[in-house]
Design a binder for this molecule. Structure first.
Ligand code: NAP
Length: 272
């Protein structure tokens, strides 16, 4: 019917909490830059609605992202999962193509951010990761794909780190250790815990006791994070999670629309 205004295509971030997310600002700026009639919104979502919402939004022509704590739930809801989703058990982007499709852009986005802070590829590097949740899983998988020489994992709950390692086939170059046993020199130390989100959080790593050449914090904040501030004060190159966020957002945008994402616009939104 002519003369009936159409609604913008809906893209959504499903998670809980989602209020603090920069994703709506990043994607809406990208849609505006390319004159695409679409709207990205954050929806606080309970676990039992994740699959049905993904399906409704994607089948109506849109798509979206899934954030914590629902990336596993999202992976289980898919008709077509990418190899990375199958390997990590986590999905953070979805769209429709003859069924509900999903991928995990955290893996490639982490690699881009780590290579930027290290100043070179990850192949043959030594990496230290703190954390054993969903983000750490993407970090470990990306490091394995990149053929790092060694990857040490430390985590508050050691058993969870052991389980993460086992779940990825217990590779020989991945070791679960603890903060008192770190003697190696690392090319990059990564914070993949939630520490740094709140002002009262302790630092995830004591940099005086870690021999690292660079630091990447997956947590992000407008003025950096306490770990990034501490690393820079110690003379180390350091970045917070904004580059990973934008690289993941750009990869999502490209999955949905099949056109190159306007990265410069997206980086500007996060102040990079
Ligand atoms: P998650 O699955 O909930 O895992 C949380 C991790 O933090 C676990 O290793 C947990 O240790 C640890 N942790 C929580 N509180 C702690 C405390 N008080 N002391 C020590 N360790 C603590 O979360 P996630 O999905 O992995 O996300 C982790 C962080 O990465 C979040 O801040 C998220 O925003 C960020 N992230 C950023 C990007 C990006 O694009 N920049 C992408 C993905 C994730 P236990 O196992 O012992 O509980």
């Amino acid at each position: 019917m002519t003369g009936v205004p159409s609604l913008p295509t809906l893209y959504a971030l499903l998670g809980d909490p989602v209020l603090h997310s920069l994703s709506p600002a990043i994607h809406n700026a990208a849609f505006r830059a390319l004159d695409i009639d679409a709207n990205y919104t954050a929806l606080k979502t309970p676990a039992d609605l994740v699959g049905s919402l993904m399906r409704e939004i994607a089948a109506s022509g849109g798509g979206g992202n899934v954030t914590l704590p629902h990336k596993g739930e999202a992976a289980r809801a898919l008709d077509h999962a990418s190899d990375v989703v199958t390997a990590t058990g986590a999905c953070n982007v979805f769209w429709w193509d003859d069924g509900l499709c999903g991928d995990n852009t955290d893996v490639g986005a982490f690699r881009a951010a780590a290579e930027a802070v290290v100043g070179a590829g990850l192949q043959g590097r030594r990496v230290l990761t703190v954390g054993a949740g969903g983000a750490a899983r993407a970090v470990v998988y990306a490091c394995l794909q990149a053929e790092v020489e060694a990857l040490d994992i430390i985590n508050r709950s050691r058993e969870r780190a052991e389980s993460l390692r086992r779940g990825l086939g217990a590779p020989a170059n991945v070791r679960v250790t603890d903060p008192d046993r770190l003697s190696e020199a690392y090319d990059v130390a990564v914070n993949a815990t939630t520490l740094g989100l709140r002002d009262t959080d302790p630092l995830p790593l004591d940099l005086a006791r870690v021999n690292a050449k660079a630091v990447l914090d997956l947590v992000y904040g407008p003025g950096g994070t306490p770990l990034v501030t501490a690393a820079r004060a110690a003379g180390l190159p350091a970045e917070d999670g904004r580059r990973m966020l934008v690289e993941g957002a750009a990869a999502s945008f490209e999955r949905w629309l099949g056109v190159e994402a306007p990265r410069a616009v997206m980086y500007e939104v996060v102040g990079l």
